[in-house]
Design a protein around this ligand. Structure first.
Ligand SMILES: [Mn+2]
Length: 445
């Protein structure tokens, strides 16, 4: 089979390079809102949005669910083993180019099959990483992040860094060591930890404190090894409250921030926040982004959405304009995502099984976030919510409020103030009016 860039076989034969045609286009293979070179607030859409294609959902997932077999029609599935792994690289780079996607992301086990020993597994990885490096030389696509799959193989039944089995901890360490070498080799802008099975099912058999200590020890070792080999990408940790374990340790942004601070890791890590993980945690996506942002720890985003009627991690492509707008609002207020990006940790539905659905779904997600960016930019520019919030908290800009805000108040002086205060008046929060204004911006920007 063909392995060089120029002689690639054509896995998306019916698809030409996807271009921007504007909001009136009826071409399903064109962008309606994502115009990569359009400048918004001094940066192009491409620079703002930093879209990334997820290798696992797009090139590896076969549509299997707990009730049914594979459904996906993937022309590269005609190959097996390492030939399949190589064909996926060809398909991936063909798609990256056709969508002009600036980034991609993968777990180690998405790109190369496990061998019968760790050594053989690493050799398989080396072959594919070197093939990817060849493609990256002549392509504009970069690696947003890579990570280690430490949840699929049965050895991780009790977790990886939080396993009760020291041999498994050691194996996981070897895997992340290799992952950091891969990150350096491919110039990954970030390295991600998603705590696959880092959690527990019952306290009756779990030393919770020891597992948390071990998780922190593991992450410190990763930070030390990155330093040792000169890998300078940003470390990211991705919260999720449940699935696969009942209690995932990195439950949500607030819990993860507490963990990072408790163990002295907050200067080495930022958060990679996923929309569907936020909803599983009982939060909105924008809540998680805000929580990370105000702590200076907003690093990157897994752009997807859940189905509120199902309530599990459906990883759907993000098409909800409210969510995309409010997410982009947080990202703009953060001054962008730095080395992070918007990674489509999203999969087509099992019933959307044709190869072209992979293109339609990415266009849908990219257009939704492009629109969200434009609306959010206008909201920020017009100071729509900033002025409302500033006005709402104005009692803290003078008198007793200023004393509180500047840390000069104490209980005794506040009691004196309250005893002498003749009138106390609250004002409406006016959230319905604000939601109507948000609607006006979404519909009219
Ligand atoms: Mn998810």
């Amino acid at each position: 089979m063909a392995h060089s860039h120029s002689s690639s076989v054509n896995f998306f034969g019916s698809v030409n390079k996807v271009v921007y045609e504007g909001k009136n286009s009826t071409n399903p293979l064109a962008f309606k809102y994502y115009n990569s070179q359009e400048v918004i607030g001094g940066k192009t859409m491409k620079e703002h949005l930093r879209f990334s294609i997820a290798y696992w959902h797009t090139f590896t997932a076969d549509g299997t669910d707990v009730f049914g077999a594979a459904t996906m029609q993937r022309p590269w599935d005609q190959y097996k083993g390492m030939d399949l792994a190589k064909a996926r690289v060809e398909a991936a780079f063909e798609m990256f180019e056709k969508l002009d996607a600036p980034f991609f992301a993968f777990h180690d086990r998405d790109i190369a099959p496990e061998g019968s020993t760790l050594k053989e597994t690493n050799q398989n990885l080396d072959i594919i990483v070197s093939l990817m490096k060849d493609y990256m030389r002549t392509s504009n696509v970069k690696l947003l992040w890579n990570t280690a799959n430490m949840f699929t193989n049965p050895r991780f039944v009790h977790g990886a860094a939080t396993s009760c089995n020291a041999d498994v901890f050691a194996y996981a360490a070897a895997q992340v060591k290799k992952g950091l070498e891969t990150a350096k080799e491919l110039g990954a802008e970030n390295y991600v930890f998603w705590g696959g099975r880092e959690g527990y099912e019952t306290l009756l058999n779990t030393d919770l404190k020891f597992e948390l200590d071990n998780l922190a020890r593991f992450m410190h070792m990763a930070v030390d090894y990155a330093k040792e080999i000169g890998y300078t990408g940003q470390f990211l940790i991705e919260p999720k409250p449940k699935e696969p374990t009942t209690h995932q340790y990195d439950t949500d942004a607030a819990t993860t921030i507490a963990f990072l601070k408790q163990y002295g890791l907050d200067h080495h890590f930022k958060l990679n926040l996923e929309a569907n993980h936020a909803t599983l945690a009982g939060h909105t996506f924008e809540h998680e982004l805000r929580m990370a942002r105000v702590h200076g720890l907003l690093g990157s985003v897994d752009a997807n959405q859940g189905d509120p009627l199902l309530g599990w991690d459906t990883d759907e492509f993000p098409t909800d304009l409210y969510s995309a707008t409010l997410a982009m609002y947080e990202i703009l207020q953060n001054g962008g995502l730095g080395s992070g990006g918007l990674n489509f940790d999203a999969k087509v539905r099992r019933s959307s099984f044709e190869p072209d659905d992979l293109i339609y779904s990415h266009i849908a997600g990219m257009d939704a976030f492009a629109r969200g960016l434009k609306v959010a930019h206008k909201l920020v520019e017009d100071r729509v919510f900033e002025d409302v919030i500033k006005h709402r908290y104005r009692s803290f800009t003078e008198g007793i409020g200023l004393e509180i805000a500047e840390g000069r108040a104490n209980f005794k002086m506040l009691e004196q103030y309250a005893l002498n205060n003749k009138s106390m008046k609250n004002e409406s929060g006016r959230q319905e009016r604000l939601k109507a204004i948000l609607n006006q911006y979404i519909l009219e920007v």
